[in-house]
Design a protein. Structure first.
Length: 414
């Protein structure tokens, strides 16, 4: 555990804020006030996490991209000093097989090559008709049901879950099982026992699926991964870990983004009018990137560790010190995005956001996420032009206790 920082002049310990920080009571879309203050001082600072250690937090856009592209910055969660999200992550990390999520180049390169096939631009674009049909069917079902409705249950959660299930070849009828385990695993306060149990249950489920795909391959991504087991390139445990990462990330973040952005757009009617009034795919794509920039879905920060001393931003990150890359603050960096707290769907440089990370570890499924969001936002408000919140904003429960920010329930009416 790194020593708490002290003043070079006096040797007196410097106050270090706790991380994660609570968001303010005002706008639910803004970064925590204490994080804003930290960001305004300098792009790198220290924070104290759950185990008492004081990793660096990186808030500046340029500093983040520099570090995320630096080979001396590792995702190896087994290294001493790695700043795990919580005790549960720390307990389960030694049991995680190697994958793109916890390995560095050149090992990472081999894993990523196996995983990227289903998520190429061409293959994802070919899925547009399927995503459109699923979206329309879910909207039809919602309109035929009770009014008000819960948009999370009706659309935001089932759409990405259906898509990643179909893409991977995971039975959709199992969605309650993997959604519940995924949600428990990303809770801020998950205990070591809970994380170990969730990991064991999900891992066992994926191991059985991979073994089934080896015996009976189909036209899906998990069968493609299973074929690499047959070829001797990876083992079953590694294949299951790949499948688990894709399954969890493939529905959890997109579901939160759909619901949270719906709230943001309904609270910004002038911006919603711009989106509702266009059928230009480029305008819709730009709007999605601006929403990704404006909203902080991953609000616990990406976690890294230095494997060598790194000089950056007037500081030295020593080998073995943890790093928290706080993507949300970078997306509100005024040096890159003028008027960063303004939701502007016509923002020219919105695509420069760090919402999907940066460098070799940026999100594998970002193309799929973008297409899902483009279709949802381009369909929902066109099909239901009178869509409105069915509860005051201050009565909506936001996910302050999860690593992925969003809402638990989103009551809407029309």
């Amino acid at each position: 555990m790194p020593d708490a920082p002290t003043s070079p002049a006096t040797g007196i310990p410097i106050p270090v804020p706790e991380w994660p920080m609570p968001r303010g009571e005002g706008c639910p879309f803004d970064p925590p006030p204490a994080l804003r203050a930290l960001t305004a001082e300098k792009p790198l600072a220290r924070v104290r996490i759950w185990d008492g250690s004081t990793p660096w937090i990186v808030t500046g856009h340029a500093a983040q991209r520099t570090l995320l592209a630096d080979p001396r910055v590792s995702v190896d969660e087994r290294l001493p000093g790695f700043p795990h999200w919580h005790a549960g992550m720390a307990a389960s990390a030694p049991h995680h097989p190697r994958s793109v999520f916890n390995s560095d180049a050149p090992e990472h390169t081999r894993y990523r090559r196996i995983m990227t096939g289903p998520f190429t631009f061409k293959r994802v674009e070919a899925l547009r008709p399927t995503i459109q049909k699923i979206t329309d069917d879910l909207v039809d079902k919602m309109l035929a049901g009770p009014n008000p409705a819960d948009l999370v249950e009706a659309l935001a959660l089932p759409l990405p879950t259906l898509m990643i299930s179909e893409l991977l070849g995971v039975p959709y009828e199992d969605h309650d099982f993997f959604q519940e385990n995924a949600a428990r695993g990303i809770a801020h306060n998950a205990t070591a026992e809970e994380s170990m149990r969730n990991f064991a249950e999900l891992n066992g489920y994926l191991v059985r699926l991979v073994e089934r795909k080896i015996a009976e391959p189909a036209d899906d991504a998990l069968s493609d991964i299973a074929a690499r087991v047959t070829a001797g390139d990876i083992d079953v445990a590694e294949a299951a870990m790949m499948g688990m990462g894709l399954l969890v990330a493939g529905h959890e973040t997109s579901a939160n983004m759909i619901s949270l952005a719906t709230v943001a757009l309904l609270e910004h009617p002038e911006q919603l009018a711009l989106l509702r009034g266009t059928d230009d795919p480029k305008v819709v794509a730009g709007a999605v990137d601006e929403l990704l920039r404006y909203l902080g879905i991953i609000h616990g920060g990406q976690r890294r560790i230095a494997t060598a001393d790194i000089e950056i931003g007037g500081e030295v990150i020593r080998a073995g010190e943890g790093i928290v890359v706080e993507l949300f603050s970078a997306n509100r960096d005024a040096a890159v995005f003028p008027d960063p707290d303004l939701l502007d769907l016509h923002r020219a440089n919105a695509r420069h956001h760090n919402a999907f990370g940066f460098g070799i570890h940026q999100c594998v499924g970002q193309q799929l996420a973008r297409v899902e969001l483009q279709i949802v936002y381009g369909t929902l408000f066109r099909r239901i032009p009178t869509l409105a919140l069915a509860a005051p904003l201050d009565e909506i429960e936001f996910k302050h206790d999860r690593l992925a920010y969003g809402v638990y329930v989103l009551p809407v009416t029309w």
